[in-house]
Design a binder for this molecule. Structure first.
Ligand SMILES: Nc1nc2c(c(=O)[nH]1)N[C@@H](CNc1ccc(C(=O)N[C@@H](CCC(=O)N[C@@H](CCC(=O)N[C@@H](CCC(=O)O)C(=O)O)C(=O)O)C(=O)O)cc1)CN2
Ligand code: MET
Ligand SMILES: [Zn+2]
Length: 760
């Protein structure tokens, strides 16, 4: 029988119950017991919901209180010594968030998603021991509720490939044998407990593999296949490509493949899969469009014809972690829009309908198929999607639209005249604390309990206060604080045509932090200025330069759910034009510095090297299209966080921003080596404060980071700033740390004896 399967379900909860519980626990408002209960209730609800939807292969161990990669690190006992003495959840939270004595572990993006994982740290001293068998506990917990599950583990080779060695010359993969000891024990314990299958995720199989990774995969599965449970080896976020032979040679009982991103791999798989079970990832786990069930059924039927029904599973393309929980909570959408959409809960129904139809024909799920066909027809024809004026403008874009008037050297000299700044100028990345007071006021305004005038007065008051505090701290380039914004992408999504937003479409980004990605469904344009009012208001409050603050086209694209009926490059160019209009209006309003954040540029990089040049070409062009409208005197900044920059430096240089701020503190400025090696020509602000940790660094720490930076980058090109915006932090730590940061900048100015011209 064709089985309906799932690879993972969102754990944050339809009402973000986990977020609330975690943040209350961290504040000391609830105890460990209450937090554990919230977790258990979410797991129970998710298992029951999947069973009720008709899912036969239900995942367990897909839950995490913070991050599943971190949980794997804990399971392996690979806890860095600075966290020793802590155990269980408190160890996990200390590793993820840092403590005053122990800086947090690094955090970075999970493949090409906006989900962040905690990077495993390995040294020559790292030893592996099974510590806390959560896969087993979770399997038994579900079983006690009468639900048979397929435990999920991150594969040992992917875990090692994502790890970072802290000992020179240590190759993480050389530790595979020790790691496999632990996996071996876990799998045997699951076997003894009665688990027939386990799901092991090896998404690195969709990347270009090194020879060492290839060999590690062969060694790992030769061993793990002998531990008892049948292994469903899961790959996702792309096609197997030239790793297809390898994947089909591994001695596993089943293989899961992503047929949304790589539909063409079905044919070669059917001829090479041998006697394995094939799990068809046909329902998009990365987007929120209702599936084209009829199209998907063709693929499913081909597989059933070749393999027979017992060796076919139907599944989402990847874990449903990356989509919101339940469309039923979106009561504000019109019927047409709603008919186009599917969130995690609806995707379970789609999987079940497709499995039913693959087994017994489409009449077995006639209603679901009729609704899917109708939605497809309506999206193809809807006049709300196509705007001829936007298409014409995008088609008329020329090469010169992507170019600043003069090269960087000329621009920076002109900017120096109109914008006198000291050496090591200090600034922040944009947002200041989004306090409960601000969120409550926004919620009240949204519900109509606070009028427009009162809300504006309140925000003006907060903005003025923020500017006064920055002046008092002695910062050189100020920001308005972004208090009017719920999120740096959602705010723009709410103001652009061709985009709609949801009320509860939350997706986990890291830890307790969630985002509500806008939905780009049609041609994009800017009906009216989006930020000019707030930027002008802010500039009017101070003599110092104020940065206009925008989110760039690539980041808006990457952090939204995007229409799948035209190339992403085309959508991105339309957004680029909308932001260009905003940049022009900000300059006209008197802003001399404009920051265009491209935090997601690296994240959008295709996982396969062969596809990267094309992406970087259109992504950089969209940024330049947005930025190049200004005069030489106007300084363009950009900002990126959580990025491995090494492989995209030419593209970053090609963006030609006058100043870039980057996340660098958790990696101790390692990142800057790449900028030095590439001879990056423009100005850089390497972050010297890890703002994702509650830890408050002192001035000496930050000065030390600046000295490290100054050894790599000429001092007259360095800026001083945090890693990222300060929205998640509280005011006391912000004021203390920024005063330390200003002190560190002054220390460096004194040491390097660069002349410090007075502020205009
Ligand atoms: N889209 C996006 N992706 C990103 C980032 C980012 O800033 N944005 N930053 C990087 C790291 N990721 C992050 C993701 C989220 C947050 C974050 O702070 N998220 C907030 C939610 C932001 C938001 O949308 N806030 C809304 C809604 C807030 C809310 O929950 N309101 C309550 C009511 C509040 C009250 O009464 O107190 C409700 O609606 O129920 C607002 O301010 O208006 C959170 O999880 O807490 C930070 C970083 C990478 N990816
Ligand atoms: C995730 S990048 C954040 C940039 C934004 N300007 C902020 O400061 O919050
Ligand atoms: Zn950032």
């Amino acid at each position: 029988m064709v089985k309906a399967a799932n690879l993972g379900f969102p754990r944050i909860g339809a009402r973000r119950e986990l977020k609330t519980a975690l943040e209350s626990y961290w504040k000391g408002e609830i105890g460990a017991e209450a937090l554990a209960q919230t977790g258990a209730a979410l797991r129970a609800r998710n298992w029951a919901r999947q069973r009720d939807a008709g899912i036969a292969r239900i995942p367990s161990n897909d839950f995490s209180f913070y991050d599943q990669v971190l949980d794997t690190t804990l399971m392996l006992g690979a806890v860095p010594p600075r966290f020793s003495g802590l155990s269980g959840l408190d160890a996990a939270f200390a590793m993820a968030r840092g403590t005053q004595d122990a800086p947090a572990m690094e955090m970075t993006k999970w493949f090409d998603t906006n989900y962040h994982y905690i990077v495993p740290e390995l040294t020559a001293q790292t030893r592996f021991t099974l510590t806390g068998n959560t896969p087993l506990l979770s399997y038994q917990e579900a079983r006690a509720q009468g639900i048979e599950t397929r435990p999920v583990l991150i594969g040992p080779v992917t875990w090692l490939a994502l790890a970072k060695a802290r000992t020179d010359g240590l190759a993480p993969l050389s530790l595979l044998p020790q790691v496999l000891e632990v996996y071996d024990a876990v799998l045997r314990s699951l076997d003894a407990a009665g688990a027939e299958w386990v799901q092991i995720d090896e998404p690195i199989l969709v990347r270009d593999l090194t020879q060492a990774e290839d060999a590690a995969l062969r060694a790992a599965y030769a061993r793990l296949s002998r531990c008892g449970p049948k292994i469903m080896l899961a790959t996702y976020f792309g096609g197997l490509g030239d790793n297809l032979e390898l994947a089909c040679a591994l001695p596993v009982a089943g293989l899961h493949v992503d047929l949304v991103r790589a539909p063409d791999q079905l044919a070669p798989l059917l001829s090479r899969i041998g006697d394995r079970t094939l799990s068809l990832g046909l329902i998009d786990g990365r987007n929120i469009w209702r599936a084209d069930l009829s199209g998907a059924l063709h693929a499913a039927e081909r597989a059933v014809t070749v393999l027979g029904p017992d060796r076919v599973e139907i599944a989402p393309s990847c874990s449903l972690l990356h989509v919101p929980v339940d469309l039923d909570r979106e009561t504000g959408l019109d019927d047409e829009t709603r008919s186009w959409l599917s969130f995690a809960a609806q995707k379970l129904d789609e999987v079940a309908a497709l499995a039913g139809a693959a087994q017994a024909g489409r009449q077995a799920a006639a209603e679901a198929f009729a609704a899917a066909d109708a939605a497809k027809a309506s999206r193809a024809a809807s006049p709300r999607i196509h705007d001829p004026a936007v298409k014409a403008r995008a088609a008329a874009v020329t090469e010169t639209d992507h170019r600043r008037h003069s090269p960087f050297a000329t621009r920076i000299a002109r900017q120096g005249q109109t914008l006198p700044l000291p050496a090591f100028p200090t600034t922040t990345i944009g947002s200041f604390p989004q306090t409960a007071e601000i969120r409550t006021a926004r919620a009240a305004h949204r519900k109509g309990q606070m009028g427009d005038d009162a809300y504006r007065d309140f925000l003006e008051e907060r903005t003025r206060d923020c500017i006064r505090r920055q002046e008092a701290l002695g910062l050189d380039v100020l920001v308005h604080g972004e208090f009017e914004r719920n999120d740096m992408v959602e705010y723009f999504g709410e103001r652009l045509s061709g985009v709609f937003f949801t009320a509860n479409g939350w997706v986990q980004s890291y830890g307790s932090r969630c985002v509500k990605p806008p939905v780009i469904f049609g041609d994009v344009s800017r009906p009216a200025p989006m930020t000019v009012g707030w930027a002008s208001f802010a500039q009017a409050q101070t003599e110092r330069p104020m940065k206009g603050m925008l989110t760039g086209p690539v980041t808006i694209l990457q952090w939204s759910f995007v229409r799948d009926d035209q190339p992403r490059a085309d959508t991105c160019r339309q957004i680029g034009l909308a932001i260009r209009d905003e940049v022009a209006d900000l300059e006209r309003a008197g802003l001399r510095i404009i920051q265009i954040d491209e935090a997601a540029l690296r994240e959008g990089l295709p996982l396969r090297r062969a596809e990267r040049a094309e992406y970087l070409d259109w992504a950089v062009k969209a940024f330049r299209l947005a930025a190049s409208v200004v005069a030489d005197e106007t300084q363009i900044h950009t900002h990126m966080c959580y990025s491995e920059f090494n492989d995209i430096l030419p593209a970053i240089a090609a963006m030609d921003a006058d100043v870039i701020s980057i996340e660098a503190s958790r990696s101790d400025m390692d990142l800057l080596e790449a900028f030095r090696d590439f001879d990056y020509p423009n100005q850089i602000g390497p972050g010297i404060w890890d703002i994702h940790s509650p830890r408050v660094p002192d001035a000496a720490d930050m000065a030390e980071l600046l000295r490290a930076a100054a050894r790599l980058i000429p001092a007259d090109r360095l800026w001083v700033n945090p890693d990222c915006g300060l929205k998640t932090r509280g005011w006391p730590e912000v004021e203390t740390t920024l005063s330390h940061m200003v002190e560190a900048a002054k220390a460096l100015r004194a040491e390097t004896a660069l002349a410090e011209p007075a502020l205009a």
